[in-house]
Design a protein around this ligand. Structure first.
Ligand SMILES: Cc1cc2nc3c(=O)[nH]c(=O)nc-3n(C[C@H](O)[C@H](O)[C@H](O)COP(=O)(O)OP(=O)(O)OC[C@H]3O[C@@H](n4cnc5c(N)ncnc54)[C@H](O)[C@@H]3O)c2cc1C
Length: 546
């Protein structure tokens, strides 16, 4: 293979390049992209805002943070040595373990020498004469590279609620996605948690164990189902290790890259008894079996979805002693699985504790955060600690926070005003040599499986350019239109697309994000990969290469 550095620093380069590729972000995506680009002989620099590797698993240190994916299905699959030497200790590992794992990966593959920490990228401007990307950090330093890979994460731009007075509170206040590295003590304290999404649920069930008094402020309840986490014994880990090839093969075949897969039967094709037994089994099964392994029509057929939602509502009623509180915890505005399903461990039982109170901020909105706590339309509350579990400006948020300008100075944020449009979630026409890992409209699911695929596809494309002495790749507009139309078509008939959520691009805490869009590709991952493979096998005809 030609040395990429030679090809990249030929006469075409108007000004010297500092790097062949700049990667933004050192989470699972950025680490793996660095590893794969080194194989091309490239000089790569990763800029990471944090002080360590891990992305999601670096920032989200809140109590109770852990996987929803089975640990062993989430880790990297590319290195046999890594698979052989790493033991997961729980089926759904807690954040500290995953952060340790990603640090181990960074050390094992000597990745740190190409990562610059404490370096938030402020802008990235395409210079057609190079061609090159001029990347400027918040500290004002600027770096030029031929290629730019954004690995900034689909859930990495934390949002605070748009409530007056957020800065006024004089006690301790934390956003779950910006959790401090020091321990936070809740013992005996008056604590507020605002938000009951996947993160809020994890945090609430943990904080309730020690808080003097915990008040949960819920805008909308979610359909939460039991995680059923357990420790992994060393004998079990040996079995898992032996099974890795079959496990990853399974993840390659399932719609969302999880080990769980849809049951081919329809809800009404089985007897009432059979259906009830199946649902009881799913409720007792670990992880997302209940979401990803349910009857094939639960997420598309209104009647099936209603029936299953009723089943889960009854489980909540069984678990929460106060019927009024139980009703507050049962979603009335959306069916099961149409928003992200939080997985829980004794979450509902928390509301049976005398030190926990649930407040609906749909009924009594928070008027403002005060110096001593907060005020709803009904009451004044005093707190020692406020925890904002208010999530992220998802999917496009971390890209929106960088001033990205493509050919002709076009701003990406303007380009995507009406919603994202991409080619395979990886490229955007008019933004040549820019590649996104986990960009909008790519396959998500059990995310590392999709990350590995995205990263390798980008590596292969850059290798292809390199071998031909080329240094420019842009998506053709018609290819973007075709992919975007396919994404829209795949969203048709899905009940999830009829509901406000981060998956439909709605976030009331972010200005301008109050209209539903197709923010997500909802086809299957195998279909996605088939499309991408076809593009590569056909010599990238959907791209302008020069
Ligand atoms: C609490 C939580 C639990 C999750 N659990 C699961 C799960 O069980 N299974 C699953 O599949 N997925 C889960 N996810 C999704 C998770 O984000 C992905 O699995 C995965 O970690 C994404 O990796 P990434 O490298 O693409 O992005 P991230 O891990 O988000 O990393 C992005 C990195 O980019 C950096 N960055 C962003 N902008 C800039 C900038 N301008 N300049 C410099 N650096 C920047 C950030 O600091 C961050 O370190 C979870 C997410 C959260 C928040």
């Amino acid at each position: 293979m030609a040395n990429a550095s030679t090809a990249l620093h030929g006469p075409q380069s108007a000004r010297a390049l500092d790097f062949d590729t700049i990667v933004i972000g050192a989470g699972i995506s950025g680490l793996y992209q660095l590893y794969r680009l080194r194989e091309l002989g490239q000089r790569v620099r990763v800029f990471e805002a944090g002080t360590g590797v891990g992305g999601t698993w670096y920032w989200n240190r809140y109590p109770g943070c852990r996987f929803d994916s089975e640990s062993y299905s989430y880790g990297y699959s590319f290195s046999q040595e890594l698979l052989d030497e790493w033991d997961w200790t729980e089926h759904f590992a807690p954040q500290p373990e995953t952060e340790r794992y990603l640090n181990h990966v960074a050390d094992k593959f000597d990745l740190r020498r190409d990562i610059q920490f404490r370096s938030r990228v402020k802008s990235a401007v395409f210079d057609e004469a190079g061609p090159a990307w001029a990347v400027t950090l918040e500290d004002g330093t600027s770096h030029r590279s031929r290629y730019l890979v954004t690995a900034v994460g689909p859930l990495s731009a934390p949002t605070l609620p748009r409530i007056p007075g957020v800065g006024d509170f004089e006690g301790e206040a934390y956003h779950t996605g910006l959790w401090p590295k020091h321990a936070v003590a809740f013992e005996g304290k008056r604590v507020a948690v605002i938000g009951t999404g996947a993160t809020g649920v994890q945090a609430i069930q943990e904080i309730a164990k020690t808080a003097g008094h915990l008040t949960v402020f819920q805008r909308r309840p979610n359909w939460c189902t039991p995680l059923h986490n357990r420790r992994i014994t060393s004998a079990e880990m040996d079995e898992i290790r032996k099974d890795y090839p079959a496990l990853f093969q399974r993840c390659r075949e399932t719609a969302a890259c999880f080990i769980h897969t849809t049951d081919p039967r329809g809800t009404f094709e089985v007897s009432d008894d059979e259906r009830r037994a199946f649902w009881d089994m799913l409720y007792a099964a670990p992880g997302f079996a209940i979401w990803m392994g349910n009857f094939r029509d639960v997420l598309t057929d209104r009647r099936a979805n209603r029936l299953f939602s009723d089943f889960v509502a009854d489980r909540i009623r069984e678990r929460v002693k106060d019927p009024a509180v139980a009703e507050m915890l049962i979603p009335k505005d959306h069916g099961f699985g149409t928003r992200r399903v939080p997985q829980e461990t004794h979450y509902y039982e928390v509301y049976n504790q005398p030190n926990v109170e649930l407040v609906s901020i749909l009924e009594t909105p928070i008027e403002r955060i005060t110096r001593t706590g907060l005020r709803t339309t009904e009451r004044e509350f005093a707190f020692d600690i406020i925890v904002y579990a208010t999530g992220f400006d998802a999917i496009t948020g971390s890209l929106d926070r960088i001033d990205i300008r493509g050919a002709g100075g076009v701003r990406l944020k303007d380009r995507w005003k009406a919603g994202p449009a991409t080619f395979l979630g990886v490229m955007i026409d008019g933004f040549p040599n820019l590649f996104m890992v986990m960009g909008p409209h790519t396959a998500l699911g059990n995310i590392p499986r999709s990350i590995e695929y995205n990263v390798e596809w980008i590596r292969d494309l850059l290798g292809h350019l390199d071998r031909r002495g080329l240094a420019f790749a842009d998506a053709r507009p018609e290819a973007v239109d075709e992919w975007t139309a396919f994404v829209k078509q795949k969203g048709e008939g899905l009940l999830a697309n009829e509901v406000d959520s981060w998956m439909t691009g709605v976030n009331m805490n972010v200005e301008g994000k109050n209209v539903r869009i197709i923010a997500r590709y909802s086809g299957t991952a195998p279909e996605y990969r088939e499309w991408c493979d076809r593009v590569a096998a056909g010599g990238y005809q959907e791209l302008v290469l020069k």
